[in-house]
Design a protein around this ligand. Sequence first.
Ligand code: SF4
Ligand code: SF4
Length: 106
Amino acid sequence: MTACSACGDCCDPVWYPWGAADIRQAASRAASGSDLAFAAEHWHATGERRGDLHAYRCDRFDPATRLCTAHDDRPPICRGYPWYDEPPDHRLVVLPERCAFQADRR
Ligand code: SF4
Ligand code: SF4
């Protein structure tokens, strides 16, 4: 089974299909601890776009260690990454080039 190499690339930046205004609006109706509530609080749009995706800097990412500082309270979208208990190659997942899970796609 593939193991995460902790390169940090999936958090630097985080790619998400919604813009910041949509995230904020949806988060106002979302449960605490949900993806959207967490994203509205901790993800900051960089302005970079890739097709329909928006880039975010997560303020719980430590750029020095490249590790998550919210490991115990990170939201489901981060916990389940990349395959979310689905077979590999889930097409909505953005997999960075050097992600160890690229091996699952070969
Ligand atoms: S909470 Fe942690 S795993 Fe999720 S985007 Fe931020 S740094 Fe990455
Ligand atoms: S990009 Fe892949 S290998 Fe790197 S930290 Fe994220 S899940 Fe782990």
